[in-house]
Design a protein around this ligand. Sequence first.
Ligand SMILES: [Ca+2]
Length: 329
Amino acid sequence: MLVFPLWETFVGKGAGLWGWAFTPCARGGVSAWTYHYSDQGDYTWEQARNYCQTFFTDLVAIQNKQEIKYLNETLPFHGRYYWIGIRKLGGTWTWVGTRKALTKEAENWADGEPNNRRSNQDCVEIYIKRQWESGKWNDEPCNRKKKALCYRASCQPFPCSQRGECVETIGSYRCECYPGFHGPECEDVVQCTKLEPKGVSMNCSHPYGDFSYNSTCVFGCQEGFERRGAGMLRCLPSQQWSADTPTCTAITCPVLSAPDRGELNCSHLHGDFAFGSTCAFSCQTGFALMGSESRECTNSGCHWPWGDSRIFPSLLDPTVWPCSPQAPT
Ligand SMILES: [Ca+2]
């Protein structure tokens, strides 16, 4: 004869055959706090706890009157009633799951209980659908056999999309999302505005989706241009970028003027006397140009490449370009 034939049946066939569950508040992806009971076996209190811990979370810890009402309305009547997760430890009634003492406010004893009859009543049953005192508690000897009333915590195994803290509540749970995430399961990610900078090269990484929380973008400018503003932006939990989008502006060179007795003709690609500008010098009739006929503003710093330093020993005063008298022919 097997001591726990039903237990072995249970183990052999899997949890689904024995567990009876209802989900007060089913939510996508994670099952909410659920209650379960051993619908084919009766156990001592220790066996009941073992059963609950093996296949669910623990014997129920009654948290308020609503939960008692709910259990009493939903569970079927059983003549031996149900074990719950309270036990006398060191003379004190204790919630076994948390090892916290039962407070006066939480007590739900039936009239005249706990009476500790025969001085061996150290475990607690709940009267479900009893004709009187239904939903109330009674202390009982721990070796009596009753149904195990278990719960399975909501917050497991991977709650809240792993983007928040899962907080157990009666019959359900809620997610306290980390910064940058929202939604019932923290499934939504904060979005920042899509960046489309003009004239600026951009290279982004998007760990949670395009232009979303923690997306980072680095910016660069093409040759001859320099960046004004931040080199990198990050999408913050506030839906804002960490800074304004930078711009690229052409490097500028010192302004040139026409040489004495000469003319200056410039073409400007990206702005006056900026990167890509070219200027040509010419002299009035009768004068000859000394040095190069044209100059271009390049990316080598902010200077025109003057070339012949014999004529222009200083770059600090580049605006005067003398034309020398042409030798008579
Ligand atoms: Ca009693």
